[in-house]
Design a binder for this molecule. Structure first.
Ligand code: B16
Ligand code: MG
Length: 217
């Protein structure tokens, strides 16, 4: 049976959290706010606007609307500078194996990401042609845990939500998939992603038999 497989981007296909960290840390420090790796973890899957709002809350800082817009632009410019140096070596282990396996079985594949930079990242790592639909931060009005991004993905693939499977690394993303009535697969720490239907540390743990069962279910 044809199923819809929807992949998150950051933390699932590539690890861009390290680049977000460098750029957010620079921005926070310029405002006299400290920014830790643990705080960066809390920004995974969170939109750009909400991320800056959270950093300002942590630093107990208020800024004008103009400065907010300027800081967001500068952060994104620095982030894009790191992205411009990405190549296929940054694809997380076994992602191509899973994508190629699904493609060879005629399955439908979509991206469901909060990032407004998703297309440029997929182009840099040369995976853009593997996706039948790309839904990203430029297409949605409601952020995860709202299911909008995955529901639009299902719609674009022309597959009903209950026949879709989502791979996600963030708690908000798992909640979004569950609310959308899709099968949720957490990629990462089982303690953090315990709301997922299935959890794997990374794609190397996902065997062909598991994919078979998802396709045939
Ligand atoms: P951008 P995902 C999310 O991507 C990231 O996890 C999150 O840290 C980031 O703030 C958000 O995209 C927006 O990214 O600034 O590039 O628009 O995990 O949903 O693929
Ligand atoms: Mg993610």
């Amino acid at each position: 049976m044809k199923k819809g497989f929807i992949f998150d981007l950051d933390g699932v296909i590539v690890d861009t959290a390290k680049y977000h960290f460098l750029a957010w840390q620079n921005l926070a420090n310029s405002l006299g706010i400290s920014f830790s790796l643990a705080q960066n973890e809390q920004l995974k899957g969170v939109s750009r606007v909400r991320s800056l709002e959270k950093i300002l809350e942590w630093g107990d800082k208020t800024i004008s609307e103009e400065e907010f817009t300027r800081l967001m632009r500068e952060k994104n410019e620095e982030y894009l500078n790191y992205i411009s140096k990405m190549d296929i070596n940054e694809i997380l282990p076994d992602v191509p194996r899973i994508l190629d396996n699904l493609i060879s079985r005629g399955q439908a594949i979509a991206l469901g990401s909060a990032s407004k930079n998703a297309r440029v990242i997929l182009e840099k790592v040369q995976l853009i042609d593997k996706f039948h639909a790309i839904v990203d931060g430029t297409n949605v009005s409601k952020a995860k845990p709202d299911p909008e991004v995955f529901l639009i993905g299902a719609q674009q693939l022309d597959i009903s939500p209950e026949h879709c499977i989502v791979f996600e690394d963030s708690v908000a993303g798992i909640q979004a998939a569950n609310t959308a009535n899709m099968i949720s697969i957490g990629i990462g720490d089982a303690k953090v992603l315990h709301e997922a239907d299935y959890i794997f540390t990374n794609f190397t743990e996902i065997k062909e038999e598991f994919i078979n069962n998802l396709v045939l279910a």
